[in-house]
Design a protein around this ligand. Sequence first.
Ligand SMILES: [Cu+2]
Length: 115
Amino acid sequence: MFSTMSSVASSLAPIPTPTVTASAYILPGAVSMNDWAFGDEPIVIYKNERLRWVNADGLAHRIVADSPNATDFRSTEELRPFGGEQSFDITKVGTTGIHCAIHPNMTGTLIVRER
Ligand SMILES: [Cu+2]
């Protein structure tokens, strides 16, 4: 036998809303967008490394290089909120400013160095 009262009470309990936090998407080795910024600035990676963008914010970002020929990175797709990501293999040494196409005030610098 089960307790009728407690099973009714649990069936009426509100379903908890999953708590999504940005910190879950701030990952080592990735450029995590958080609070409309790129974390450590400038972003420095080395030739032949993978450039991984992860969106930890609650709204979409799309990152674009100011100088599209400076490195192999030109732009991401629109990265969905809380976990949208895209990676690029980078082989060309160079430096470019970057910005979000959706939020033009969100700017940074990407530096690809010779190892
Ligand atoms: Cu943005």
